[in-house]
Design a protein around this ligand. Structure first.
Ligand code: GLP
Length: 261
């Protein structure tokens, strides 16, 4: 995998937004896999600025959701569907009809998971999947010990993840749903390009284990080591526990710019 160390979150956002813009220039109907959480916001802001400046056309792009809470009504402001409408679809001018996501309110959750896998297959899969990382190394909502071959399914959140996400629910962990639907690790690995963004010191340990630790279900993000085109973009604090940080800096500085990410 390639590791790119950037000075701060804004620079990471610009870099990834440019990779997405490049993809859309090459393939206007590309499927962008998007993540929630605070980390990806600078990416969406930087991409929206490019759209407003007329640098890239997103009108034919499709957007695919990574994960969703179970049981939150779709119109709840913290359902990931609502978050993505607010943070991605509206600022990028992508019509609601171009959005793909699992139905977290379905009576039959297993059928909803299978339907989402079928929807992803029908659009030809995800071209670029943006990922954040949990403090425990989760991607999407694949908590530690998720099968590396897993598909979209229901998961139960760890206490730590519910504590981390309580800030979106008035700081009240009891409001954070216990269950979620998430693309599986096997599903995520089928995207043609994986781009993980991690910022802040709180992610440093998870990043080090992802990049330099063994491939292990205990650290779900370490599955990126199995992907042939995975890019990990980290700011300095998130890179602070990488043993090979100097090597990563050196190789990225020497990289031919035409290669992009
Ligand atoms: C949630 C999301 C993940 C995200 C993680 C980290 O658990 N399901 O996709 O990566 O939060 O969020 P943040 O970027 O806010 O730290």
């Amino acid at each position: 995998m390639e590791v790119v160390i950037v000075p701060d979150a804004k620079a990471g956002g610009e870099l990834i937004a440019e990779a997405m813009a490049e993809l859309l220039r090459r393939k206007p109907e590309a499927v962008l896999g998007v993540a929630t959480g605070s980390t990806p916001l600078p990416v969406y802001q930087a991409l929206a600025a490019r759209v407003q400046a007329g640098d890239v056309d997103t009108s034919r792009a499709r957007v695919a959701q990574l994960d969703e809470y179970v049981g939150l009504p779709a119109e709840h402001p913290e359902s990931y569907r609502s978050v993505l409408r607010r943070e991605v679809l509206e600022p990028l001018g992508i019509p609601a009809g171009s959005f793909l996501g699992p139905d977290g309110t379905a009576a039959d959750i297993s059928a909803a998971c299978e339907a989402y896998e079928a929807d992803l297959a029908q659009v030809g899969g995800v071209d670029l999947q943006l990922l954040g990382i949990g403090t425990d190394g989760h991607i999407g909502f694949n908590e530690p010990c998720s099968s590396l071959a897993s598909r979209t399914r229901i998961k139960t959140l760890t206490e730590q993840t519910r504590v981390d996400n309580a800030r979106f629910f008035d700081g009240d962990i009891d409001q954070v749903p216990q269950h979620v639907i998430t693309q599986g690790i096997g599903t995520i690995l089928e995207a043609r390009h994986l781009v993980l963004l991690a910022t802040g010191e709180g992610k440093a340990e998870a990043v080090a284990q992802t990049v330099e630790g063994p491939v292990s279900a205990f650290v779900p993000a370490s599955a990126l080591q199995l992907h042939r085109h995975a890019t990990v973009v980290v700011d300095e604090p998130a890179a602070s526990k990488l043993k090979l940080a100097d090597y990563f800096r050196h190789t990225y500085a020497a990289k031919p710019r035409w290669q992009g990410l």
